[in-house]
Design a protein around this ligand. Structure first.
Ligand SMILES: C[S@@+](CC[C@H](N)C(=O)[O-])C[C@H]1O[C@@H](n2cnc3c(N)ncnc32)[C@H](O)[C@@H]1O
Length: 426
């Protein structure tokens, strides 16, 4: 084997041994490119030099996917609220919550908002862990661009996030409630007796052996009555550990297999605060969610790449990708919408111009009007904001309430609610 190939193979092995990361198909091609650059940048010439240390940490940082945003997979969060937080609200015991693989903090802060909305934050300990030091630094800062709130005003997190200059800030009281720690899921010990664990969009990047190890550790980390939530695309954990899976239309969750009977609530309270963060669905759930039409392959790749760069904080790189994708495919409205989200923190006028183009090309996408309404509102243009919100509302009210809105993860009724609230606040 050529020396260069030995270096690449050794790097892939080390990344797998320490973090469980596994690459195949198009992700393998990307990983090899990243490793090639890393070899040059760090002057690596001998395979035995590749091992734990600063250089390997830098490589891991370049290889992991940090994508996250507030209220990600809101249907599953609603399930967490109705199933877990509602039950925990009937006790007076301390509550332990762990967001494993928290990236830059949007997930644990979302959980903190949900706990706060239920009046549970005071007795909750929220641990949030990741193997990425830079991601944890961003998480502790608690400042986010519009990118982290993607669909803007419709997001329940927007009830808690505070505008600060061109960004959104997590209130101090919430920041103080979340304890961010470095933790490698494959190598490090886990916190114990957790009532709620979320490990979403992390295990999908690990190989089977690592998933098996982590599954066993999660089973041991759960409190007897605890719940573990993974993302719908994550691998199943029950083949590897004493975990009982429940499959719902809002994703899979696990409980300890030795505690299958529900534990009755202890020390019930007289009254339970109403769920103000995640109101229950008011309409029957449609048997299937209508997915927006598949975008063209070429622009989807560009959008994914831009998202990946933005998730790493490389907003300039993300914009560059979008700008060249727009040059190649100038009639794709979603590209302009994404560019507007990226531009909003730095250049309001340019962001609004992008939204105008998105609206011109895709006049039926409510998120463009909603986002334009929010930008106009924040700049003091109340009349323009009212017009934009009203247009979004017309489109949303014409959509089936449970149908996922184009270019968003959310059902129409939630966005319509957000529009009505925004209009009422004008
Ligand atoms: C795609 S993000 C998921 C963020 C969040 N859970 C969500 O769903 O929005 C995946 C995160 O998992 C972290 N990660 C990957 N492998 C890990 C490991 N072995 N131990 C701890 N964290 C890991 C990455 O650093 C990255 O921040």
């Amino acid at each position: 084997m050529r020396l260069h190939d030995q270096l690449v193979t050794r790097a892939l092995d080390e990344v797998n041994r320490h973090a469980g990361l596994f690459f195949k198909d198009v992700r393998l091609t990307g990983a090899v490119e990243t490793i090639n650059e890393w070899i040059v940048e760090h002057g690596i010439v001998n395979p035995v030099d590749i091992g734990p240390g600063v250089a390997l940490d830098a490589l891991l940082e370049d290889l992991v996917v940090h994508e996250s945003y507030f209220d990600r997979d809101i249907e599953q969060l609603r399930l967490v609220d109705e199933l877990v937080l509602a039950r925990l609200a009937r006790t007076t015991d301390p509550i332990k919550v762990w967001s494993a693989g928290c990236a830059s903090g949007e997930e644990p802060y979302t959980l903190a908002f949900m706990l706060a909305a239920r009046g549970l934050l005071q007795r909750a300990t929220i641990t949030a862990t990741d193997l990425s030091r830079p991601a944890l630094v961003r998480a502790r800062a608690g400042r986010y661009r519009a990118w982290a709130v993607r669909t803007g005003a419709n997001s329940p997190a927007m009830r808690f996030l505070v505008p600060c200059a061109t960004e959104w800030c997590v209130p101090e009281s919430i920041k103080e409630a979340v304890d961010f720690e470095l933790l490698n899921l494959v190598e490090d010990p886990f916190p114990a007796a957790q009532d709620l664990i979320t490990c979403r969009n992390v295990l999908i990047y690990l190989d089977q052996a690592a998933v098996a190890v982590v599954a066993q550790k999660f089973a041991n980390a759960l409190a007897p009555h605890g719940w573990l939530f993974v993302a719908p695309s994550d691998p199943r954990l029950d083949p590897y550990a004493p975990l009982a899976a429940t499959v719902t239309d809002r994703g899979v969750y696990y409980r300890r297999a030795d505690q299958l009977e529900p534990v009755p609530a202890r020390r019930p309270r007289a009254s339970v605060p109403p769920p103000i963060f995640m109101p229950p669905l008011r309409v029957a759930r449609a048997p299937s969610v209508t997915i927006p039409p598949a975008p063209k392959q070429d622009t989807r790749a560009a959008r994914d790449h831009a998202r990946m760069l933005a998730d790493r904080g490389d907003y300039e790189g993300a914009r560059a990708v979008l700008v060249s994708a727009i040059a190649a495919t100038p009639l794709d409205g979603e590209l302009y919408f994404l560019e507007a989200v990226l531009l909003a923190a730095d250049d309001l006028a340019a962001a609004l111009a992008c939204l105008d183009r998105a609206i011109y090309l895709s006049p039926d996408a409510p998120v463009s009007y909603l986002f334009a309404g929010r930008l106009r509102h924040s700049s003091g243009d109340r009349i323009g904001a009212r017009r934009s919100y009203a247009r979004a509302l017309v489109l949303l009210e014409a959509s089936p309430p449970d149908e996922r809105v184009l270019w968003s993860d959310e059902p129409a009724w939630i966005m319509a609610d957000a529009c009505r609230r925004a209009l009422a606040a004008l």
